[in-house]
Design a binder for this molecule. Sequence first.
Ligand code: MF3
Ligand code: CO
Ligand code: CO
Length: 270
Amino acid sequence: MQTKHNGRTTRDGIRIHEAADFAGMQKAGALAARILDDIAPHVTVGQTTGALDAMIEGMVNDAGATSATIGYKGYRHASCISVNHVVCHGIPGDKVLKDGDILNIDVTVIVDGWFGDTSRMYVAGNLGRKAERLIQVTHDALMIGIEAVRPGKTFGDIGHAIQAYAEGHRMSVVRDFCGHGLGRVFHAPPNVVHFGRPGSGPMLEEGMFFTIEPMINLGRPDVKTLADDWTAVTRDKSLSAQFEHSVGVTADGAEVFTKSPGGIFNPTRA
Ligand code: MF3
Ligand code: CO
Ligand code: CO
């Protein structure tokens, strides 16, 4: 039986959710964020990405939730773990973390039918200077993008804010991957690109739910996908970082559904 939803869809195909739907996103977002908090102490030199993923899968199951990525387009893991020059969609496996490796861990869970999607950067061992700067700028870029969220602004305003900030720090914005609408689905319109012109793109409206997930490179923006059809890497092998939040548009700004319950964002030193 199909569930009846109220609310509506804009002419760009973007769902406008109801006030009550925010509660669903809060629960899903909180679990995804809590898992990213709880995995932090396990990101250590000598650990494998596959072992981290197995722990994440266990945390999802223990919470009585469902992983959105297991079985998604043939993907088989509860997380994507993208190390150093891997931009996104790194497949967890037997890769052993070494001192100074930086990694993004991206987790999406389904709770009561709602999707919570978030990612953060971590470091194994000691964080290098350049990597630290990249991670800081990428996190700031995400938060500056979120500050641009308000009814009456546009998706282009979000992308422009992120691009201007990152390029102002002589870093580059990946063009090949973007954020996305979500809610009771994983990926929905619009494509939330992390570059653009102010005032371009669809207008933001209260009740829209989407991710902002900028990928920023120390070198060129160009990306290629490896033969496994998932792993995206920088063509010039430069370091890449990413942070992702799931947000909802409120009457006067944004609600971040995936805030760290522990107030963590900085890479944990191990
Ligand atoms: N969580 C990713 C996103 O931010 C999507 C991962 S799809 C997977 O949209 F299949 F690679 F896991
Ligand atoms: Co996402
Ligand atoms: Co994600």
